[in-house]
Design a protein around this ligand. Structure first.
Ligand code: KG4
Ligand code: ZN
Length: 343
C-alpha cells in the first residue's frame, strides 16, 4: 500500500509518500516535500490567511509531483490519496483537500480525509515503528495545545486543552512583543539559550484541577515586565521556563491519571530542544517510554498525513469525494454522517 499525503492546513505546502504491506506495524517514509511560506509572512509578523491560500495554489502541483518523483512512484502505483481536512485555516485547507480529491478521482483510488492533530501524533509511528497504543500524547503547536489519549490505533480522546492561546501561539506573540521576529518559537529558543539570567513568571494552574492549559496570562505578564527590564534574553528565558513548566506539570498529571506507560511529544513546539530535554528527564523520573519525532516530523509536514492515511486505509476507511473541510475538527471527533465523515 503506497499512500500519498497532502498538507495545506496553515503555511506549509507539503506532500509525502509512505509505503508498507498490510502486515507492517507502521509504514515506511519514501519522500517528504515541504515548501515553507515563512519568508512570505515574515513582513506581516504572522500568517496572513489570504496570502497562505494563494501560495498553496501556486505550489501544490509542483510539491505533489516532487513527492512522487522523490519516492520513485508513478501515479498508477498510488493506492490512496490522503489530505488534511482540518483543523486549520479554511481557505488553506480547501487547496490541499481539493487537490487530493481531484487526484483520487482521476486515479480512481480511495480518498482519505485526515485530522491534522491526529496526524501530528501518528508521526511518532514513522519515528518508532515499534510504537504501540495505548499511549498519551502532548500535541503543542501554533494552533493547539492538547493532551490526547490514544487507546487503540485510530481511537483518540482529548483529556486536556488550552483555554486560550496555544503554546506555539504564545511563543509567537511574546517574540513579537520582544521584537524577536517571526516565527517566535525558534527565535525565543535561540535568545533564551544565551541568557545569563531569567525573569520569573508564574505558571497558570486551573482552579478546578483539570488538565487544561492557559498561556494568555503569561503573555500579559511578559508585556507588563517589559517596561521594567531591558534584558530581553532574561525575559525570553523566563517565558520559556514557564511554558516548559506548565507543559511538563500537566503531562505528569495526565500520566498519573491515565497510567500511560508511553508518552508522545508532537507538534511544532516539540521542535524545541529545551522542551525535549525537559521531557527526557520527565520520562526518566516517571519510568515511561518517550517518543519524540525528529524535528522535520514535528513541524507541519505531509509525512504524518500520509502515515495517518495509511493506517486508515489499512482499517478499510475512506472518505467521500463530497466531504467538506472541517476548520474546527477536534482530534477523535467523529464527523456527522452526511458531512463526508470517515467510514
Ligand atoms: O505544528 P506547527 O508547525 O504548525 C501548526 O500546526 O500550528 O507549529 C508551529 C508552531 C509555531 O507557533 C512556532 O513558533 C512553534 O510551533 N515552534 C516552536 C519551535 N519551532 C516551532 N516553538 C518553540 N520552540 C521551537 N524551537
Ligand atoms: Zn501542525
Amino acid at each position: 500500500m503506497n499512500v500519498l499525503g497532502i498538507e495545506t492546513s496553515c503555511d506549509e505546502t507539503a506532500a509525502a509518500a509512505v509505503s508498507g504491506g498490510r502486515a507492517a506495524r507502521a509504514p515506511r517514509l519514501l519522500s517528504s516535500v515541504v515548501s515553507s511560506q515563512v519568508a512570505l509572512h515574515r513582513p506581516f509578523g504572522g500568517v496572513v490567511p489570504e496570502v497562505a491560500s494563494r501560495s498553496h495554489i501556486r505550489f501544490i502541483t509542483g510539491v505533489i509531483e516532487k513527492a512522487l518523483a522523490d519516492a520513485k512512484l508513478s501515479s498508477a502505483q498510488v493506492s490512496a490519496v490522503a489530505a488534511t481536512a482540518g483543523p486549520g485555516l479554511p481557505g488553506s485547507l480547501l487547496v490541499g483537500l481539493t487537490a487530493g480529491k481531484a487526484l483520487a478521482y482521476l486515479l480512481r483510488k480511495p480518498f482519505i480525509a485526515v485530522n491534522h492533530t491526529e496526524a501530528h501524533i501518528l508521526a511518532a509511528f514513522l519515528e518508532d515503528p515499534g510504537l504501540r497504543p495505548p499511549l498519551l500524547a502532548l500535541v503543542a503547536s501554533g494552533g493547539h495545545t492538547e493532551l490526547i489519549v490514544m487507546r487503540r490505533q485510530g481511537e483518540f480522546h482529548t483529556i486536556g486543552r488550552t483555554r486560550d492561546d496555544a503554546a506555539g501561539e504564545a511563543y509567537d506573540k511574546v517574540a513579537k512583543l520582544l521584537g524577536l521576529g517571526y516565527p517566535g518559537g525558534p527565535a525565543i529558543e535561540k535568545v533564551a539559550r544565551r541568557a545569563r539570567g531569567s525573569v520569573r513568571f508564574p505558571v497558570a494552574r486551573m482552579k478546578d484541577g483539570s488538565l487544561d492549559f492557559s498561556f494568555s496570562g503569561l503573555k500579559t505578564a511578559v508585556a507588563n515586565a517589559l517596561p521594567h527590564s531591558s534584558d530581553r534574553a532574561a525575559l525570553a528565558a523566563g517565558f520559556q521556563q514557564a511554558v516548559l513548566k506548565a507543559l511538563s506539570a500537566r503531562a505528569r498529571e495526565a500520566l498519573a491519571a491515565t497510567r500511560a506507560k508511553t508518552l508522545v511529544l508532537a507538534g511544532g513546539v516539540a521542535a524545541n530542544s529545551a522542551l525535549r530535554e525537559a521531557f527526557t528527564r520527565l520520562a526518566r523520573d516517571e519510568r515511561i517510554r518517550l517518543v519524540v519525532p525528529k524535528m522535520s516530523l514535528c513541524t507541519d509536514n505531509a509525512a504524518m498525513v500520509a502515515c495517518a492515511g495509511w493506517f486508515r486505509l489499512r482499517a478499510g476507511g475512506r472518505s467521500a469525494l463530497s466531504s467538506p473541510s472541517h476548520p474546527g475538527w477536534n482530534a477523535g471527533e467523529r464527523l456527522p454522517a452526511g458531512a463526508g465523515g470517515l467510514k
